[in-house]
Design a protein around this ligand. Structure first.
Ligand SMILES: [Zn+2]
Length: 239
């Protein structure tokens, strides 16, 4: 049976021996001619299995038709382990398209942490997404003239934005929950799965009110203006 050596993500043994069991090939990226292999292997130190992504480093072997059992002991010389499949590879939820890219990336980092059971990291990132949302609002809306002192912390910024009607007051409890649980996660490390899922839900509500609904209305307004544009007059010859 083919074998190779690498670190075991299941038991932590370094450069331990794995026995190859099975593989499937897929294109490196959609449309590309090169292939990577997802291979299932069992660690000899702990008898547990891991799916490794492997890449062909032998220029003599091309395409997806690599006979792994045939490689036997040469497997380690032919294939290079690039990473392993873990819960992080579960599909993490993305922010809606109307959320600015930088903030959407932080949201994705939070939901990826959630799928990886890293609840403190997830809650801290949800709070960061909220912090960036309010900062973004202050710097992009010329009508907002917030005093420096009120802009200094997230708590003060939220209070000012709500009392000056830039954020709907019914979001207050959602904002406070994300801010406070995010703080606890970052400073005390006590976040649980339930809290992380709550924060995701609250941030979804905040994004919906601050980004999605206004963008939806704006698009409807543009479509209406487009419909009401005077139609081009037909040339005389077509009358
Ligand atoms: Zn192991």
């Amino acid at each position: 049976m083919p074998e190779f050596h690498t670190d075991c993500p299941r038991c932590g043994a370094s450069h331990t021996t794995f026995d190859y069991v099975a593989q499937s090939a897929r294109r490196h990226r959609a449309g590309m001619k090169t292939f990577v292999f997802e291979t299932y292997n069992v660690c000899r130190a702990c008898d547990r299995g891991t799916i490794f992504i492997m890449q062909n480093i032998n220029s003599m072997l091309r395409g997806n038709n690599v006979d792994f059992p045939e490689l036997n002991l040469a497997l380690g010389k032919t294939m290079q382990v690039t990473k392993h499949i873990s819960v992080r590879n579960q599909k993490a939820k993305k922010a809606p398209d109307d959320v600015p890219k930088k903030i959407a990336n932080i949201y994705l980092e939070a939901t990826e942490s959630l799928t990886g059971n890293c609840y403190n990291a997830a809650c801290a990132m949800f709070r960061t997404a909220l912090d960036m949302t309010t900062q973004n609002m202050v710097s992009n809306n010329t009508a907002i003239d917030i005093p420096k002192d009120d802009n200094y912390t997230l708590n003060k910024r939220i209070k000012w934005l709500i009392s000056n009607n830039f954020i709907p007051s019914e979001l207050q409890d959602f904002l406070d929950n994300v801010r406070l649980d995010g703080n606890d996660a970052a400073h005390e490390g006590t976040a649980t799965e339930a809290e992380s899922l709550d924060l995701q839900d609250f941030v979804d509500t905040i994004f919906d009110r601050i980004y999605v609904q206004p963008a939806k209305l704006e698009r409807a307004k543009q479509r209406r203006a487009e419909r009401r544009k005077p139609k081009n007059k037909l040339p005389d010859s077509d009358k």
